[in-house]
Design a binder for this molecule. Structure first.
Ligand SMILES: Cc1ncc(COP(=O)(O)O)c(C=O)c1O
Length: 400
């Protein structure tokens, strides 16, 4: 048999993101209420505005954007992004990519040699962890508390890894409305983290798909902004921003900002793997920004999601037994539940499926061997109010 015998070692041993498989496994259950996926609501996609811009871009700029484009990304989009974010960067400090997934892969590809350690939060977004794992990284997780990554554990882990001769290539964090935990790092923890990582030469990659989806409270500056503004322009942080939860994941547009040399290497990988990101989608996003549509659109998404988050929090409060705890995020798309120690959310997932409700067990968000089993993730942006009410009741009944 040619296949699978000819598959490369890395392909044969590659892990999949179990989350997609879990979501798929429940897809055909009739009447299922799913809080499992990480989907934005299609009601938030700016379909009408995008339809017009796509039409205009194809008609008026087609000769340019239907051609092969630059591997470093559309210059016009980069200019608009800098204006939007209020940065005065040189274009070689930014690369646009096909979703954050692509940017994270290039980042990992540029830095990881097989056997290198990388650090991540526990729990974390498994999609990124399996990509780093496929690049040969030894993925080490550090727990979170309600203010962010636990510094004492991080420091001890760094010491221990280095004393064993391990190279630590970077720390992967999601500081705003974290997936899956929903937590947002405090300002103090952000400063502590940058200060520690700068002092110990540990690059940070800040994955930021959610910070702009803030429904209440005060925004906290990103690690990237803090590093530049308070740490002498430090280039230790690379920030990756995705438009997936803002314009729709099908757009596949994201961008990364960071140190010039590193961005240059990410561009080289993009050249090899993709040639260029989608030029039409990039230009459409550029024109969307240029027309001043982005901020009002984001405000309308927040207005749309706010009552769904509140509804889920209210239903949890009304229905869950005392022994279950959850966080109260001010934005994002997820809630995180902590069950009594003796309840295994993997087992609960099976029972929940039989009762036509689903979620993602928390264990799926930890590197292999480092799992915790009494937690679960709920998404509140893809269900109706009625589904939230009924689904939380079903889940609570099982837990009772
Ligand atoms: C933390 C995090 N990073 C990356 C991604 C993937 O983003 P993209 O659609 O831009 O590839 C997601 C998607 O859910 C996410 O939650």
């Amino acid at each position: 048999m040619i296949y699978p015998d000819s598959f490369s070692h890395v392909t044969r041993t590659m892990k999949s993101s179990l989350i997609r498989e879990l979501v798929a496994s429940t897809k055909n259950i009739p009447g299922l209420i799913s809080f499992a996926g990480g989907f934005p609501s299609p009601a938030t996609f700016p379909k009408r505005q995008l339809a017009e811009i796509f039409k205009d871009v194809a008609a008026q700029e087609g000769a340019d954007v239907l051609q092969y484009g630059a591997s470093e990304g559309d210059a016009l989009l980069k200019k608009e992004l800098m204006k939007w974010e209020g940065y005065d960067l040189s274009p070689d400090e930014m690369v646009t990519t096909v979703g954050a997934t692509n940017a994270l892969y290039y980042y990992g590809r540029a830095l990881i040699d097989p056997g290198d350690a990388i650090l991540c939060e526990a729990p974390s977004f498994l999609g990124s962890l399996v990509a780093f794992d496929a690049l040969g990284a030894d993925v080490q997780s550090v727990p979170l508390d309600c203010d962010g990554i636990v510094m004492e554990v991080l420091e001890a882990r760094v010491k221990s890894l280095r004393s064993h001769g391990k190279k630590i290539k970077f720390l992967y964090v999601i500081p705003d409305f974290q997936n899956p935990g929903g937590i947002t790092y405090s300002l103090d923890r952000r400063r502590e983290l940058i200060s520690y990582c700068s002092g110990n030469e540990i690059p940070i990659v800040e994955d930021n798909p959610y910070s702009r989806l803030r429904f209440s409270g005060t925004p906290v500056p990103t690690l990237y902004r803090l590093a530049r503004e308070e740490f002498e322009g430090s280039a230790i942080v690379t920030e990756i921003v995705s438009f997936s939860k803002i314009l729709g994941p099908g757009m596949r547009v994201a961008f990364a900002k960071g140190d010039k040399e590193l961005i240059g290497k990410m561009v080289s990988w993009q050249q090899k793997i993709n040639i260029t990101p989608d030029c039409v989608a990039q230009r459409v996003v550029a024109r969307f920004l240029e027309k001043g549509l982005m901020d009002p659109h984001i405000a309308s998404i927040c207005d749309f999601y706010r009552p769904y988050l509140q509804k889920m929090l209210d239903e949890l409060e009304k229905n869950m037994p005392q022994s279950v705890a959850w966080n109260k995020p001010e934005g994002g798309i997820f809630l995180w539940l902590t069950l009594p120690e003796n309840v295994n959310a993997d087992e609960l997932f099976v029972q929940a499926g039989q009762n036509k409700v689903s979620f993602i067990p928390g264990s799926k968000f930890y590197p292999e061997g480092q799992e915790r089993f009494n937690t679960l993730r709920l998404n509140f942006t893809y269900s109706t109010f009625e589904q939230i009410e009924e689904g939380i009741k079903r889940l609570a009944a099982l837990l009772k």
